[in-house]
Design a protein. Structure first.
Length: 94
């Protein structure tokens, strides 16, 4: 099953200072359990204030961050490059 995310097309941000500012703006009011995880990602131009934030286990967040970094490298996604995010929910049968 495809899950709609908004926005679905994001643009990569590579400046570490902008990424840190995006993350800080997105998670400023987070007071939930776990580690704050945001969408759109802090590493995109669309990240930052107004992002959806949810608490996730820290280990899960680290895995997701590694997957995202690998995706950027594998497909040569650089500063400003657009990419589409499609979330797919797996059924119980795999």
């Amino acid at each position: 099953m495809r899950i709609a995310l908004a926005p679905s097309v994001l643009n990569r941000e590579t400046d570490p200072d902008v990424i840190a500012a995006n993350r800080a703006a997105a998670t400023r009011d987070f007071d939930g359990e776990g580690s704050p995880d945001e969408y759109p990602f802090a590493s995109t131009a669309q990240g930052g204030a107004g992002a959806q934030v949810q608490g996730v286990p820290l280990a899960e967040q680290r895995i997701q961050g590694g997957i995202l970094s690998s995706f950027y490298r594998k497909f040569g996604i650089g500063q400003g490059d657009a990419f589409e995010v499609v979330a797919v929910e797996e059924d119980d049968e795999g």
